[in-house]
Design a binder for this molecule. Structure first.
Ligand code: IVH
Length: 664
């Protein structure tokens, strides 16, 4: 019954929007991510079967698979002004003096907010539906980044209670990248030898400027709303009311917003955050102080570039100058050699910094860092400090450029530069420097999470020949450990217990812990769910691996190589025999296409090729890229090409998109 289906689709969409609200606005989710994904899948399936019921505001339609050719310019109906800055409490008091004078004896109060370090965005909602998203640009004209902003799950595609909002509501706010996402993104980029983003702000800006929204969708950007642009009807009398209203409409508002009755309180709040900000999981570069009432804002007005009713308070720069004592070369778990500068200790953002990564030798050469140099270093939040530039004027006489090593500093083996990357690697798989790093990663928090098995202990275990591979960890006895430096009997027992406990970790953690190139936690989860056991994963051919959704050819090749190396296989077998053999239940799927091999060819209307293949897999079928006698169906879209001819020649059944959807 189409009427019933429509009702069901509407109900699912409403339900998902409510969960978005609970998650992104109230920060109080009621259901697990998995259940949410199930709702999504259910909706997606219904929509695929009833394509006429798909609407652009459906939660399934966030990601467009049609890349843009270029960004179109948008003129802002209300300009996006910038803000004047202050750097200390005196300047904040001077701002308050100006406000007091102009308001001529009226009572006023302030709202104090975090200054989110991201990219300013204007979201235009028309009749409660997101119509356009634009960057600030020069304040008058920005870029239309709607396709990319639609992928940000914290940005509602339709406002809740949308009937009770003005016809036009422009919401302004900040798109940002949470610190954790930033660190992970750079890790992936470093693995793939791609240039790193300098900070989360650049990463957010870069992610919004991608022509293909599918890549933006992978970047896990987030959003906070903090002001209005054009507005066709009243929404509130003051800023505080607007923020409350935003929340009711399903727009995420930063939870750390405070009212302040006077400038003393404003200063208290601002100074307090310069310490507390380390605890946030996103970056802020200061505070924003705003006069609360709109009628008073009108009196205050604006200068050419910035309003007089608000000001930012910028935290002291997290940069410092220090000198380079020496430059070490560290060996990473996959053999990458990284130059690290040892620095004269310097205080920076609440910690003492003694070392800074120089990333790679190309970067070191570009900066031309030498022993004895004075360098400017920067630290952003949790992120490791980095050298920004060398103060060449202070360079002492007689310094020499750093020589790129020709041998591994740990084992003396040859090194090789990646063919199309920037990294230099030690080629010796038995290098103990690499082994130590692999073991540290294996035992680390995101992987097997073996408590008490820390960096210093691993160094000792390798140096004493007690551990030569992952499996050896599981043979350690308390008696052996107790003989090591700074290892009392009780600590030794703690280590052995923690090692034992790690045997209960789920399969994906073990897969991740092996440290296979290009395979991080997320891909490990996909693999674990797909194969259910390490044995099954080890048996998989390269094509089978590549056919898995979200496992690309580079990952497939890396996995295949890893499990076709005798030494690796021997270690995994020994892990198994020592009791490390986690299982993972396979994910339940439908069996509508069970056992069917299907080739997709030509362009489909409702699916990208990848989506169609994913759908086939979810229904128990096997997508394949070449037609043979064993092919059950060829799913042909527009301009199908030679695969269709071959199917006809071999007598393979050809189906169209409609027939495919009927099968599901
Ligand atoms: S209000 C007239 N509130 O800071 C400008 N801006 O340096 C009104 N920003 O372009 C902006 N957090 O991108 C406002 N809580 C906040 C903010 C904030 C970050 C950014 C915004 C703006 C920049 C100005």
């Amino acid at each position: 019954m189409p009427q019933d289906v429509k009702k069901k689709i509407d109900r699912l969409r409403r339900e998902m929007r409510r969960h978005d609200y609970l998650y992104y606005v109230l920060n109080q989710p009621e259901i697990s991510d998995r259940l949410y994904d199930q709702l999504f899948d259910e909706l997606k399936t219904l929509e695929q079967a009833n394509p006429n019921l798909i609407t652009a505001d459906s939660p399934t339609q966030r990601v467009s698979d049609r890349p843009l050719d270029e960004f179109v310019s948008v003129r802002h109906a209300v300009p996006m002004l910038s803000m004047d800055n202050t750097y200390n409490s005196e300047e904040l008091r001077a701002f308050d003096e100006r406000v007091r004078k102009q308001l001529g004896g009226r009572d006023y109060d302030y709202i104090v907010e975090l200054k989110i370090d991201g990219v300013a965005i204007s979201l235009r909602y028309e009749a409660g539906t997101l119509a356009t998203a634009a960057t600030r640009g020069d304040g008058e004209v920005g870029d239309d980044v709607t396709a990319n902003v639609r992928t940000i799950k914290a940005v509602p595609l339709v406002l809740l209670d949308g009937r009770n909002v003005p016809d036009v509501l422009e919401v302004r706010g900040e798109v940002y990248m949470p610190t954790k996402e930033f660190v992970e993104l750079n890790k992936l980029r470093s693995d793939a030898s791609e240039p790193l983003f300098a900070n989360p702000r650049n990463a957010a800006a870069g992610s919004l400027k991608l022509l293909d929204a599918r890549t933006t969708a992978e970047r896990n950007l987030a959003f906070f709303a903090y002001s209005v642009g054009e507005l066709s009807g009243p929404l509130g009398e003051n800023h505080y009311q607007i923020l409350q209203r935003f929340k009711k409409l399903g727009l995420p508002v930063n939870p750390n917003i405070k009212k302040a009755a006077d400038i003393d309180r404003v200063i208290d709040i601002c100074l307090g955050w310069s310490e507390k900000k380390q605890r946030l999981d996103y970056q802020i570069d200061g505070m924003v102080v705003k006069v609360n009432r709109f009628d008073q804002r009108d009196i205050l007005g604006a200068t050419g570039r910035a309003p007089r009713w608000c000001i930012s308070y910028k935290f002291p720069a997290e940069q410092a100058e220090t000198t380079v004592i020496s430059i070490d070369v560290q060996v990473g778990k996959s053999g990458i050699l990284t130059p690290v500068a040892n620095l004269t200790p310097v205080q920076l953002a609440g910690t003492t910094v003694k070392r800074a990564s120089l990333h790679n030798f190309d970067e070191l050469n570009r900066l031309d860092v030498r022993c004895g140099d004075t360098v400017l270093i920067e630290k952003a939040g949790e992120i490791i400090p980095q050298v920004l530039q060398v103060n060449k004027k202070s360079r002492p006489p007689g310094t020499v450029p750093f020589k790129v090593p020709k041998k591994c500093p740990n084992c003396g083996s040859d090194v090789r530069k990646d063919p199309d990357g920037v990294y230099i690697r030690c080629v010796n798989r038995d290098c103990t420097g690499q082994l130590k790093e692999r073991l540290k990663y294996f035992a680390g928090r995101g992987q097997m999470d073996i408590e008490h098995l820390g960096s210093a202990l691993i160094d000792q275990l390798v140096d004493n020949g007690l551990v030569k591979n992952f499996a050896d960890i599981y043979t350690l006895k308390a008696g052996q450990l107790a003989g090591l430096e700074r290892m009392a009997e009780k600590s030794a027992r703690n280590v052995v217990n923690a090692v034992e406990k790690s045997k209960a970790q789920p399969l994906w953690r073990l897969i991740a812990a092996l440290g296979i190139r290009h395979i991080g936690g997320q891909s490990a989860q996909i693999l674990a769910e797909h194969f259910g056991s390490l044995d099954a994963l080890m048996q998989a051919g390269q094509q089978t691996l590549e056919d898995i959704d979200q496992i690309g050819p580079t990952m497939a090749e890396s996995l295949y190589d890893y499990f076709h190396n005798d030494k690796n296989v021997a270690v995994v077998r020994r892990l198994n025999s020592l009791g490390v053999k986690p299982k993972q239940p396979k994910v339940k799927r439908s069996d509508k296409l069970a056992g069917k091999t299907i080739v997709v060819t030509g362009s489909l209307e409702k699916f990208t090729r990848q989506q169609a293949e994913y759908t086939i897999r979810q229904a128990g079928g096997k997508p394949s890229s070449s037609v043979s006698k064993k092919t059950d169906f060829v799913l042909a879209g527009k301009e199908p090409g030679s695969k269709l001819d071959k199917a006809r020649r071999l007598g393979v059944t050809v189906i169209n998109e409609k027939q495919f959807m009927d099968m599901l």
